[in-house]
Design a protein around this ligand. Structure first.
Ligand SMILES: NC(=O)c1ccc[n+]([C@@H]2O[C@H](COP(=O)([O-])OP(=O)(O)OC[C@H]3O[C@@H](n4cnc5c(N)ncnc54)[C@H](OP(=O)(O)O)[C@@H]3O)[C@@H](O)[C@H]2O)c1
Length: 339
């Protein structure tokens, strides 16, 4: 077995959109495995827009990655050596091991997963943090009722794709907003949304009004900015806006301003920001509802998998350019469960 651990570290805090120079690839020695500890090898690494926030030291809900520190991230790994009775060599585990080949911990942060029912990648996607975000944001905060209209931005992505499908499963009309004709076609033809608007080519406010003839009851916001501004113009009375993400603003170097909030007052609407990590008490309910949906093929998902840890910086930057098509994942090592 190798004794080297490749790691991607934060080299410098970026201004604006990150570039390759913000990252450095290095090696360290494999840490020894102490009593009660588990050594595992990363198979899949999840890349997520929130990582841009961790690269900044601006005040936020979570501590930043230190300059020189290993980039953080959810992972699916295989146990190589265990001195903890809860884990055996060969187990597949979901954890938060970051951008590196290997990691050692006491195992408190690990969950053994079973690749027989659903592929192991789902633990960092549709059945992991991003699927859970869609579940709590839509159902707990958006509180959709059958017959209502739900609109979601970044609709072909990891969170957005699940939001619209859950909205349909709960009896709603689902309308997506996405950034290319291919993505819009996928959202309607594959995921079963009722309509999808390309915010880059269509004039958003009239297109939204046309796609939502009964108005909008829930707008699940993943992007902020001009898309949020347009959605505010088509709200129904008592509409709910789960404020999930503001990806259009993550690389802003000056105050991006914000939409006029008058529609919230006029329509007695509610906007509520949420962070999925505050809602993990709902994880069992999420898995109970969504594992059967994924296993039966009713809840569909798309993964955009690139090969090689060294591809992670470019793939992360691609999230802010809409280059990904589905949940962005890096295959760091061969998947031992792949047939
Ligand atoms: N609150 C929470 O706890 C929580 C948890 C997870 C994720 N989130 C947020 O949820 C959002 C979606 O995350 P995800 O993991 O599902 O990512 P994703 O949708 O799979 O990928 C990001 C997508 O955002 C879109 N995008 C990029 N720049 C944009 C811009 N300037 N304007 C509009 N759209 C833009 C692109 O799609 P198009 O090609 O369609 O533009 C891109 O493919 C992000 O804002 C993320 O931060 C929040």
């Amino acid at each position: 077995m190798t004794t080297k651990n490749r790691q991607i570290r934060l080299a410098a805090r970026p201004q604006g959109k990150p570039t390759a120079e913000a990252f450095s690839l290095g090696e360290s020695a494999l840490p020894p495995v102490g009593d009660g500890e588990v050594l595992r090898r990363t198979i899949y690494l999840s890349l997520d827009p929130y990582m841009r926030g961790r690269m900044s030291d601006a005040p936020s809900y979570a501590a930043p990655v230190a300059v020189g520190g290993v980039m953080c991230g959810h992972t699916v790994s295989q146990v190589v050596e265990s001195k903890n009775p809860a884990f055996r060599a060969g187990d597949i585990v979901a954890g938060y091991d970051g951008w590196q080949d290997y990691h050692v911990s006491n195992g408190k942060d690990l969950r053994v997963i079973d690749g027989k029912v659903v592929p192991i990648t789902t633990a960092i996607g549709v059945l992991g943090m991003t699927g859970m975000t869609a579940f709590v944001g839509l159902l707990d905060i958006g509180q959709p009722k059958a017959g209502e209209t739900v609109v979601v931005s970044a609709a072909s992505g990891a969170v957005g794709g699940v939001v619209g499908q859950l909205a349909k499963i709960h009896g709603c009309r689902a309308v997506g907003i996405a950034g290319s004709p291919d993505k819009c076609r996928y959202v309607v033809d594959e995921l079963g949304f009722d309509a999808c608007i390309n915010y880059k080519s269509d004039e958003l406010a009239p297109a939204l009004a046309a796609a939502c003839p009964s108005g909008v009851d829930v707008y699940f916001d993943n992007v902020g900015g001009a898309v949020l501004t347009a959605a505010l113009r088509v709200l129904n009375r008592g509409a709910r806006i789960p404020l999930c993400g503001l990806i259009s603003e993550y690389n802003a170097t000056s105050n991006p301003g914000g939409p006029n909030l008058r529609p919230l007052l006029v329509h007695r609407a509610m906007i509520k920001g949420f962070i999925v990590s505050d809602h993990y008490d709902r994880f069992p309910a999420f898995l109970k509802e969504c594992v059967p949906l994924v296993a039966s093929g009713r809840l569909k998902y798309r993964e955009d998998i690139v090969d090689g840890l060294e591809q992670a910086p470019s793939a992360l930057i691609g999230l802010f350019e809409g280059r990904n098509f589905g949940k962005m994942i890096v295959r760091v090592a061969p998947d031992p469960t792949a047939t």
